[in-house]
Design a protein around this ligand. Structure first.
Ligand code: V47
Ligand code: SF4
Length: 391
């Protein structure tokens, strides 16, 4: 395999520093790297070096496949009781006039738009609204299950769940069990931000703390509900904070194996209380994907969320450890549009996703939420009339 040859020749390269060479050898021998070594990667690893290591692991774990799915979001409201400094999306109650609140019927109408469409996942996420409670969301889930039993229901960040359960006076386990009975199938990765308590206190002091975020995901895994994990990077955190964040996730994954994918989220600085902080470069984005791929040896997948990072960088990231670029989205999320992403109407057709992946030399696989293959697009050609025909 070419990626192995590249790694071996990098190790034999005489000019490489000893500590970097040792890490590369560990990767070749499939040994776990330490937190100190991960910090060394961030501090000293050049993009080319990190890419060789990350690509080797990526191809070992996922071959040449790049995954995507057909999905849409439901964002019932952007009114939020919390005040995260990095958030461009939420509005508080003083700014109610600028906010949206979907009625229950509007939510169902929104889902009806997809009647007859082969979408496989709905991602429900939004601001934390004090009136939208556990009962409301349980009813939404039940009705979505009835309307479209074929669509996987992934919903609610640990931040939304913590608030919902606290208000309903139920434990995390009781609340998750109840939502599961009513149709919740997995949790998205949002709300993790940076687990370090001091940084969290600076950027999102009033919402669910790190311990609770981890407890909610652990309980979900114990109940048989998988989840994703995110990390908001490129603001006031240091490399050590990023590594500490991923280390807490790696330890939890060792215990439960319940995380599907890790999704680094680049801080975007438009129209929020941290707008004075410059965004990191695309090179730093790619380095970050690569270090995540190298460090998180017990995560099967690393996702580049294209509405946040832009389709071009998402495509490049496939050479730096990423094997998943999220889905069609259908312009159904505002989180990154409002934070300054280059994707102002995020929607890609299946054909566009397939072509993007192929143009970068990877093998496109449409997956379901749990990474089961729905369609292998290696030998498909798209036809304008029939939309899709086997080659
Ligand atoms: O927790 C908010 C982030 C997250 C900004 O699980 C920002 O498949 C950057 O978690 N700059 C919510 N990031 C979205 C999320 C997510 C997205 C896509 C897929 C999945 C998944 C999960 O958005 C928040 C926060 O970390 N966020 N504002 C901003 N200005
Ligand atoms: Fe509310 Fe989420 Fe925005 Fe924080 S990131 S203010 S919890 S919508």
């Amino acid at each position: 395999m070419q990626s192995r040859e590249n790694l071996v020749s990098l190790i034999n390269h005489s000019e490489i520093a000893t500590d970097l060479k040792n890490i590369a050898e560990k990767v070749l021998n499939e040994e776990r790297i330490s937190t100190d070594e991960a910090i060394t990667l961030y501090e000293k690893g050049e993009l080319g070096y990190l890419g060789v290591l990350a690509n080797y692991i990526r191809e070992k774990k996922n071959g040449n496949f790049t995954y995507f799915n057909r999905n849409f979001h439901i964002e019932p409201t952007n009114l939020c009781v919390f005040d995260c400094k990095f958030c461009s999306y939420s509005r508080n109650f003083k700014q109610k006039g600028e906010a949206w609140e979907m009625t229950e019927e509007e939510i169902y109408d929104y889902v009806r738009k997809y009647d007859g469409e082969p979408v496989t996942e709905v991602h429900i996420v939004g601001g934390v609204h004090p009136k939208l409670n556990l009962e409301f969301f349980a009813r939404i889930l039940r009705n979505l299950r009835e309307m479209r039993p074929d669509i996987h229901r992934k919903g609610f960040t640990a931040v939304e769940l913590e608030y919902m359960f606290r208000k309903a006076k139920v434990s995390v386990k009781e609340g998750l069990e109840y939502l599961k009975e009513n149709g919740l199938q997995s949790l998205p990765g949002g709300g993790a931000e940076i687990f370090d308590e001091a940084i969290r206190n600076e950027i999102c002091a009033d919402k669910c703390d790190s311990k609770t975020w981890l407890e909610i995901h652990e309980t979900a895994h114990q109940l048989g509900m998988p989840s994703n994990a995110t990390m908001l990077y490129g603001h006031i955190e240091t490399y050590a904070h990023r590594v500490d964040h991923m280390n807490r996730l790696r330890k939890l994954q060792d215990r439960t194996g319940g995380f599907n994918t890790f999704i680094p989220l680049k801080f975007r600085n438009q129209d929020n209380q941290m707008s004075h902080i410059p965004e990191v470069s695309t090179i730093e984005d790619l380095r970050n994907y690569a270090v995540a791929r190298i460090f998180l040896d017990n995560f099967q997948h690393i996702k580049a969320y294209w509405p946040m990072i832009g389709r071009e960088t998402a495509a490049l990231s496939m050479s730096y450890g990423v094997d998943d670029i999220d889905g069609t989205i259908d312009d159904s999320t505002k989180i990154y549009t409002m934070a300054g992403s280059e994707e102002q109407t995020p929607a890609l057709s299946t054909q566009q996703l397939v072509e993007l992946i192929k143009a970068h030399g990877r093998h496109p696989i449409e997956r379901d939420t749990l990474y089961n293959t729905i369609t292998d697009y290696a030998n498909y050609v798209f036809d304008e009339k029939t939309r899709l025909t086997a080659n």
